[in-house]
Design a protein around this ligand. Structure first.
Ligand code: HPA
Length: 236
């Protein structure tokens, strides 16, 4: 039905959770949704629709990086009418007070990508989260007892940066973590008038490289994040 998603119109809910990893989409569908049906297998970018606490919700992988999430999120919005999109992913901390396993809600996303600059070369157009989603997610995470930071993140085109000191400089300006998708998702939200939010679990720290997580700890914190994402999607 769209170039990269094989679903029929109506197969996808108007609220969607977007992990980067398509196998995590499968995990969410199997562990959190009832009556989940797979709507996409093109490129193994699995997507499912089911119900969460009685409300129709979808979940789909986006792949890594802004070009990939831009393709899927745009088709979800334009071709399938999705109105609320929440990314659930990982990020690397660049703030000494933001530790592994903690949550970061991206209030805004700085970026080194050309994705916005191509359209507005002479402007610095800030990419911001939808405030209602941000506010709900913050209170839901707090009520679950999760350590939750709210602030700026850097959406980078580069995972293996040759200029890490530049990223660290952004940390000194209050940017909390680096990830690779939020700015593009927020830009699509602005372009199409839909609600977007990115929630990240800190998987590694660039300022405290000794901080580490076990596979079990990672699984538990990811599970907490998915709960925050799903509860935020269904709360009106
Ligand atoms: N950089 C970019 N993206 C990431 C990182 C990182 O250090 N960790 C998890 N996602």
């Amino acid at each position: 039905m769209s170039i990269h998603i094989s679903a029929a119109k109506g197969d996808i809910a108007d609220k969607i959770l977007l992990p980067g990893d398509p196998l995590r989409a499968k995990f969410i569908a199997e562990n959190f949704l009832e009556d989940a049906v797979c709507f996409n297998e093109v490129r193994n970018m699995f997507g499912y629709t089911g119900t969460y606490k009685g409300q129709r919700v979808s979940v789909m992988g986006t792949g890594m990086g802004m070009p990939s999430i831009s393709i899927y999120a745009r088709e979800l919005i334009v071709d399938y009418g999705v109105k609320k999109l929440i990314r659930v992913g990982t990020a690397g901390s660049i703030d000494p007070n933001v530790h592994v396993r903690e949550l970061v809600l991206a209030q805004a996303a700085a970026t080194n990508s050309n994705i916005i600059r191509n359209d507005f070369p002479e402007y610095d157009f800030p990419q911001i989260a939808n405030f209602q989603l941000l506010d709900k997610a913050y209170h839901i995470a707090k009520d679950l007892g999760l350590t939750t930071h709210v602030g700026n993140v850097l959406s980078s085109d580069v995972f293996y940066s040759n200029m890490p000191e530049r990223n660290m400089k952004l940390g000194e300006l209050g940017v909390k973590a680096i990830e690779m998708e939020a700015a593009a998702l927020y830009y699509l939200g602005a372009q199409h008038g839909v609600d977007t939010l990115a929630i990240m679990t800190i998987s590694d720290s660039l300022v405290n490289p000794d901080e580490d997580t076990t596979a079990e700890e990672r699984q538990n914190t990811f599970t907490d994040m998915m709960k925050v994402g799903l509860e935020t999607l269904i709360s009106d």
